[in-house]
Design a binder for this molecule. Sequence first.
Ligand code: SF4
Length: 520
Amino acid sequence: MKKVVLLDGYIDEPSCLGVSPYISPQVRYVYGALLLAGLKEEQIHYLTADQAREFLPGGDWLIVIGGTTVPGRYLGGKPLTLKEMEIMALENTSEDKWLLGPVVEAGLRPPGYDNYIGEEIIQGIMGRLGEPREFSIELLKEVALRGAGLIIRHPRFPYVVAELETYRGCLRSSHCSFCSERFRRFRYVRPAEDVIREAVELGKRGARYFRLGCQPDLLSYADGRKNTLRRLYSGIREGVPGLKVLHLDNVEPGALAGRKDAAELLGIITRFNTPGDIASFGLESADPEVIRANNIGVTPEQCKKAVELVNKIGGERENGLPKLLPGLNFLHGLQGESEKTRELNLGFLRELVEEGFLLRRINIRQVIAHAGYKKKAVTKGAFERYKETINREINRPMLEKVFPRGLVFQEVIPEKVEGNLTFGRFLGTYPVRIGIPGQKELYQPLRVKIIDHGFRSLTGIQYPFNINQAEREELLALPGVGKKRAAEIILQRPFTDLGDMRKRLEKELVEKIEVIIDCF
Ligand code: SF4
């Protein structure tokens, strides 16, 4: 084998995210398996979906890993579509072409590939290279450690979040009928020491951003293994001293509400995590009929109890951000859904707001129908109005409370420029989109101060904000400043200090903007 082209088409599944700026464990495992089977680093050409759209080289073996089995909107990278997978296979000159990952697990087979492998990716790769190995936790540890080096080859490195896997497969005995987790044949639990060693290995390569995101319910990881969660968190913190982010993803609210040790486990998380973290709850629906029809394992009452617990234990702020807040996922297009479902969901959210709970994010999605699941039609107009109501009544007020005006993010990564506006996000779990006036250099971190709130996004300006040096676009983003007032500020500056500014600008304008100004 002379040259392997490893194409990270990005994955997104219920329990795992690998869309840039995230790098999935699975693609790192593939890289690790190639090395373990004897290939040299220089024989492997790694590239992402975004890079492959520009140019996809040929080789002896093309390996594409991809598949999004949950709906998502992405800013940092665009996953390969089925059509793109097909076209790339047909146009690529590699002798052998393999497609791996969730796309295959979901039963899809875009033409053009010689082999399709779902879950058995490690064994498949090893076997092809003449090093057949049965799957074992020991083998997984070896490939995870070897695969850690892939992170430095990611085009966004060092601003990449390493998704870490603790276990695989949903632990519920009967699964939600719409979820792809029920198809998993491979189920395993990784020892905490293995996950810690992988994080340390990633840390040695310069990784600083981590998410324990690859499992359906992180708290279940602690089941029957006293102190496992504490060992996992403390081990990662000790082993990666320069770590900047340690977040988590899914927590099952029904299980959380029923746990006697819930407060203790949440206490461990909030002691070792970094601020801005989210326990993402898949309530999916507050309608008992939908819950029953889809075998969803949580009721609104249990979910509310879980929201309350996380608020109580995780609501304290560090560097201006709550340590851990709940996120809520709702799914539409589910069996049993009716017009009443939207009312019940909305009623549930209003109840949480009235009782003063904070939610860090509300995700309203439509189900992706696969493997025989029959999606119910969603009326477009009614669905859009429902989302608008949630945005207006719940999302914006919640953003104002969680990220108050004046909050400073120490590291926002600009990811896209549109006209005179740059969009960036902080690295971590479910980062909120921040619009920054002006054209900023992509992928160069900025300090940003929040000055306004949209329905699902924030507006911020570069911090510290110097009114004497601010660009016109930045002035226009200030509250109460239109074209006329921006021109007046430009005409009157430089100001020596606040007193000078008060003398030379109208009182009403100064009152609006003085809290935003950091220096002259
Ligand atoms: S609880 Fe339901 S939605 Fe969550 S991973 Fe398990 S089967 Fe999927």
